[in-house]
Structures are given as structure tokens and as C-alpha cells.
Unconditional design. Structure first.
Length: 432
């Protein structure tokens, strides 16, 4: 098969990956990685998306000859275009405090099925000063795709994170979008749909929310699994065929997001490795030596989803204040990992209770699957085996959707996952 290129933008780094599916196996190779992070500009925390786009173009050139390109990224953030198609301003980062005063509202969950997050797109738009000048809104991967191709659209899996999709119909909700300017939201695309071309190379819509792509690549051998897509955020949940819209589900802050092939990603956002990333940035330290020391340290547990941990800044000091004691660096690291493991457990227990789906195994994918201590602590907390890997799940899921759209591979999600299990090294952790 001709190779494909997966553009994978994460909250702390981006990369372009070259992938090939052949002989019943999938192989990926990172050809270009570049840093990403918030920048302060105009009194706001923003994304340097133009800088990221230059790096994407560099990566696509380094990828060589490919038969398709797919783009995924984090959710909820967006760019606004004027009537001529130009970007009105650098996209605001979801960690900017501008939506800090937003409160939950009655009736939303029954329509969009989303857990309350004050930075969801619908809430960002309520405080968006550029909205009166905007002709169209594009989510981050759709904006990158537009810059590559000149064609606009809204990929479904990411669109479901905006809070503006009716989770039952899978379409923009008339009731939730009625106050927005006409034409602001583009037509929906679905994973596998064509999205234009770049220099003669087809661009294919994939699960453009990075978690949607990551879940495609969960190497599950049974449908009775939970997943943890573990990176800057931990997305913890189960895969369903229909949303759960009960009051109990809303109170538990579970979200119903669209997945590939019409599935529902029923999950809870947990703060994730952002906590460690900010600690390391404050200390200007490397993680591996601290992990070795943390394995024998005693920490304190805290709620990683407390809003106090959302913005950037001195994370160790905030953790110590929450726990009410001073700690060494290994103790802080152990506190983060113990707290994340317990938050993973709570989300998996609640997902089973609320959805009625029984879980036999937990799959940890993404960068956090390389953290052996976190995986073991998660197995211990859940009382279930944890299968870790692949670390490159998002890029692999991106590649597989492109390959299937091109006819290089066929099959259901279960068959694609079997292919991943044959191709990728996995590590198993048993509960102690």
C-alpha cells in the first residue's frame, strides 16, 4: 500500500507520522516532531497555530510520497474566519480563564450529552469578542485541513465536543445554535470522507478528535473493555452504541462524544499528565529519575480534577497546598500518580454502573502507557488487568481510518483492533 501521513497535534507537542498498513499489520514512523504550548498574546492564552502549520508543512515534505493525509488534534478550540476566509485572530487556548465564570445549565445534557466543562466551544463562544465579525468557525483540525485544501467542513467526532451537536441525531442542534450567526458552522464530515487535496494528495477526514483516533487503535480482544487515552488529559471510559442521558449520568459528569463508525465514547475527562508536565516544567527536571524514586515514596492523594489545577503555573505548590503538607519531589510525583490511578478507577467504576457495560480489562493507550508505575497503580486501584500500549494509538487510529477509506484494509473496528494487537508491542500489568 502507498503510505499515508498522519498529522497529530497534541497539547504539548505535534508530529507528522508516516504509516503503512500491509500484510495484516500496521507500522508507523515519526518523521517530524515539534513543540507546542500556549503563548500569551493580547492579554489571552493562545495557540500559535500559524507556527504549528509551518511545522506541519515541514513534516509533510519529510514524509515523502504518500497517498493520503489525515489531521487530528485536541478538542473544543477553534479559529474564526472572516468573509474572505482569513483567520481573525490566533485561537484562544482552552486553559485561558475567560470562561471561568460559566456555570452548568439545566437542559443542555439532555440534548448534547456532554459533561460540563466551562471551556467547551459553546461556552467559549459566549465570551468571544470576534464573533460579530466571524463568517465561519473551524475547529483546530478542520482549520488545518482548510489551510491545506481550501475546503471547509466540520469533522463529526470533534464537532460533538463543541456542545452544539444533538447527540441523538448527530447533527447541529437547532435549539443550541439558534443564537449563532447564520452559516457559522460548516457542513459535517465523517471519518473516511474526502476533505480535499494538498498538492494533489487526497486529504481524508479521520477521527479528528485525537481521542476518537486513539480509541480506534485500542487493541481490545473483547468488547468488554475500558480505555484510558492517557496524555495531557486522561480520557477514561467505555465504548457504547447509544448515549446515556440520565440525570445520574449528568451528575457524575460523564460525556457522550461521537466515535468512529457511529460509536459513542462514554467517558470522563481526568486532568491527566498535565499535572506531571507542569511539575517538571517548574522544577526544570527529567521524569525518569523521579519515577524511580517515586516507586518507593509515600504520597498524599488529591482530586486531580479540582479547577485549581487547570491553569499553568507552579503545580507542585498547588498540590502541596491541596494536600496540606510539604513534600519532596518524588513524593509529589507519587501523589500525582496515586491520585490519577484513583481517578481512573472511579471513572471506570462509574462508567460500568451508569452504562450497564461490564469491564474485564483496562487498556491504557497514548504516552501514559509508557509510564509503568502509573499503569501498575491503575491496575492495583481498579482490581483489573491493564494492557498498556500502543503509545502511538492516536497516529495509528488516524492511519487506519485513512487506509480503510483507500481500500488498503477492510473490516469493523473489532477487526482493526485485532490488527493493532498483532502489530504493536503491549505490556500487561496484573493487579496486586
Amino acid at each position: 500500500m502507498t503510505a499515508v501521513a498522519a498529522v497529530d497535534l497534541g497539547a504539548s507537542s505535534g508530529r507528522v507520522v508516516r504509516g503503512v498498513v500491509t500484510g495484516g499489520r500496521v507500522a508507523v514512523e515519526e518523521v517530524h516532531r515539534f513543540p507546542n504550548g500556549p503563548v500569551h498574546c493580547g492579554g489571552r492564552l493562545r495557540w500559535d497555530l500559524r507556527g504549528l502549520y509551518r511545522e506541519i508543512l515541514t513534516g509533510l515534505r519529510l514524509a515523502g510520497e504518500v497517498g493520503s493525509i489525515g489531521v487530528d488534534s485536541w478538542a473544543v478550540d477553534y479559529g474564526l474566519l472572516d468573509a474572505s476566509g482569513e483567520l481573525l485572530g490566533d485561537p484562544v487556548h482552552h486553559r485561558d480563564p475567560r470562561t471561568g465564570d460559566i456555570k452548568p445549565e439545566e437542559g443542555l445534557y439532555e440534548v448534547n450529552g456532554l459533561q460540563f466543562q466551562p471551556f467547551n466551544t459553546m461556552f467559549q463562544l459566549r465570551v468571544e469578542p470576534l464573533l460579530p465579525r466571524a463568517s465561519q468557525l473551524l475547529l483546530i483540525p478542520d482549520l488545518v485541513s482548510y489551510w491545506l485544501t481550501g475546503e471547509r467542513g466540520a469533522e463529526y467526532t470533534n464537532a460533538t465536543t463543541t456542545g452544539l451537536i444533538d447527540v441523538r441525531t448527530g447533527r447541529w442542534s437547532p435549539s443550541l445554535t439558534r443564537d449563532l450567526p447564520p452559516g457559522l458552522l460548516p457542513e459535517l464530515r465523517h471519518p473516511g470522507d474526502p476533505a480535499g487535496s494538498w498538492n494533489g494528495v487526497p486529504v481524508t477526514a479521520v477521527g479528528s478528535h485525537d481521542t476518537a483516533s486513539a480509541v480506534v487503535a485500542v487493541p481490545a480482544g473483547t468488547d468488554r473493555f475500558a480505555y484510558i487515552s492517557c496524555g495531557t488529559w486522561s480520557l477514561v471510559g467505555v465504548e457504547l452504541t447509544a448515549p446515556v442521558l440520565t440525570g445520574e449520568s449528568r451528575a457524575a459528569n460523564f460525556t457522550n462524544e461521537g466515535g468512529v463508525d457511529g460509536t459513542i465514547r462514554y467517558l470522563r475527562n481526568v486532568m491527566g499528565l498535565w499535572l506531571l508536565q507542569e511539575c517538571l516544567r517548574t522544577w526544570d527536571a527529567e521524569l525518569d529519575p523521579l519515577l524511580r524514586e517515586a516507586s518507593n515514596a509515600t504520597g498524599s492523594t488529591f482530586d486531580p480534577n479540582d479547577p485549581v489545577f487547570l491553569p499553568p503555573g507552579d503545580m507542585p505548590a498547588r498540590i502541596e497546598r491541596w494536600c496540606g503538607r510539604s513534600m519532596t519531589r518524588p513524593e509529589v510525583v507519587r501523589s500525582v500518580l496515586d491520585s490519577l490511578a484513583l481517578a481512573h478507577r472511579d471513572a471506570i467504576v462509574d462508567a460500568q454502573r451508569l452504562s450497564g457495560k461490564e469491564v474485564e480489562v483496562v487498556h491504557v493507550v497514548g504516552g501514559g502507557s509508557r509510564n509503568a508505575l502509573l499503569c501498575q497503580l491503575t491496575a492495583d486501584a481498579c482490581g483489573l488487568p491493564v494492557v498498556a500500549g500502543p503509545a502511538e494509538a492516536t497516529a495509528i487510529g488516524n492511519v487506519l481510518v485513512q487506509a480503510r477509506a483507500a481500500g488498503a484494509v477492510e473490516g469493523t473496528l473489532a477487526e482493526l483492533r485485532e490488527l493493532v494487537g498483532r502489530s504493536q508491542p503491549l505490556q500487561r500489568y496484573l493487579p496486586r
